[in-house]
Design a protein around this ligand. Structure first.
Ligand code: ATP
Ligand code: MG
Length: 393
């Protein structure tokens, strides 16, 4: 039996990048031989083993065949006669389809090294079209390897996949998994551009794709371009995933035919439900879409308005989420690293309002329970007024 390092580890090493995890492919072995050598089987659908001491993954070389549409329509085949090349040809991109032998030599049947040097994402074979996840992966890699471009033939193939509806077979979990990973890369805008340009965005996130379908004369015509800048700004400033997602979705209603009050938050909900976005990301995105304009005019808000804003955002129970929203709003209104006095203003107002001892107010009104919420609210408004007066001095 022979084993090879494959995939991302070979690519990253050739790029001179640190290698996170090593995937191995084993040729010429049976599962029984692997177990006899001390490997632990872990694969559910195909034979994958953990090395007895390094615990790295060793997969038996396998072929795959598409037998039915959708995500589950793959049949895998592994036996000791499957060659390394057969295993490599089923991979998505040429840069991900190289192997490194134990003697250090590189096996590169699809010219991955050339594409790496020329900075090109190119599909290995037309079997690329059998799995729409590959479009998402390519888009995510575009956000990471920012100077790579998509080969024209790969672009054409992805367009066809989007047109023919293959993209519609994506399961929500995989969409979110890849989108969220892409958002955490260096230039998330490139993921969105790749998805937009091949037509996949219109299938996966039509609400977002609509930002680029407005007539050039529309007042919101530049909304898409602006959004892409904000996303990269958010990445550069190191915003976390919920914040980056909030920036991605803050203005979905800009592309709507007749945006209504609260339309933005409703569109966020629709997207989150469809691609099963986790609650922390959904909740931050929702309050950002609904409140960012109020945050932007914090300087003109009364103490009453500010407390109402905190209440709508559940900021007394979840202050950190509110602070995170302020950072997303800063990114939307002027830049993640630019001065944003609204943030300091609202942060100190929230601190003051949180300083109110709601328990003490409640004890004083023990006989008149119904009056407690109103009294707490008024005490908070007074505290915010006091801090505002202090800041003016
Ligand atoms: P990362 O650095 O993000 O881990 P990676 O290329 O290592 O990137 P993995 O998801 O770890 O990606 O997958 C390892 C390898 O398996 C890939 O390099 C690629 O060869 C292959 N692969 C993974 N997913 C697919 C897919 N959907 N279609 C084809 N090949 C795939
Ligand atoms: Mg990997």
């Amino acid at each position: 039996m022979r084993s090879y390092i494959v995939g991302g580890a070979v690519r990253d090493e050739l790029l001179g990048l640190p290698v996170q995890d090593h995937d191995h492919v084993v040729v010429g072995a049976t599962p029984e031989e692997m177990m006899a050598a001390g490997y632990t089987p872990v694969g559910k659908d195909f034979p994958v083993f953990l090395h007895p001491s390094t615990h790295e993954e060793y997969a038996l070389a396998r072929t795959e065949r598409k037998t039915a549409p959708g995500y589950k329509g793959f049949v895998f085949h592994a036996d000791e006669n499957v060659t390394l090349e057969q295993d490599l040809v089923r991979r998505d991109l040429t840069i991900n389809a190289m192997a490194k032998a134990e003697d250090g030599s590189i096996i590169d049947p699809f010219n991955g090294r050339r594409d790496l040097q020329q900075r090109i994402f190119r599909h290995v074979s037309d079997a690329f079209a059998e799995d729409p996840v590959r479009i998402l992966r390519l888009a995510r890699f575009a956000a990471r390897f920012t100077d790579f471009r998509v080969a024209p033939e790969t672009h054409a193939l992805m367009r066809r996949m989007a047109e023919e509806g293959e993209v519609d077979a994506l399961v929500p979990e995989r969409v979110w998994q890849e989108i969220s990973r892409g958002l955490m890369e260096a230039r998330p805008s490139r993921m969105i551009e790749v998805l937009r340009d091949c037509g996949a965005l219109a299938r996966i996130l039509p609400e977002l794709a609509a930002l680029w379908r407005m007539p050039a004369s529309a007042p919101q015509a530049a909304a898409g371009a602006r959004l892409l800048c904000m996303l990269d700004d958010a990445a550069q400033a190191g915003l976390d995933l919920p914040q980056r997602f909030a920036v991605l979705t803050y203005d979905l209603s800009a592309g709507a035919v007749s945006p209504q009050e609260d339309a933005a938050a409703a569109l966020v909900d629709a997207v989150c439900k469809r691609i099963k976005v986790p609650t922390d990301c959904r909740d931050l995105a929702r309050i950002t879409a609904r409140e960012h304009r109020h945050v932007a005019r914090a300087g003109t808000l009364s103490a009453e308005d500010k407390v109402a804003l905190f209440e709508r955002c559940d900021a007394f129970r979840k202050p950190q989420r509110f602070i995170d929203m302020l950072q997303a709003a800063a990114c939307i209104h002027g830049g993640a690293q630019a001065a944003f006095p609204q943030r300091d203003d609202l942060t100190s107002a929230l601190e003051a309002a949180r300083g109110v001892d709601a328990g003490a107010v409640a004890r004083q009104l023990a006989e008149r329970v119904k009056e407690i919420p109103g009294a707490v609210h008024r005490a908070r408004v007074a505290a915010v007024e006091a801090v505002a007066a202090q800041r003016q001095r």
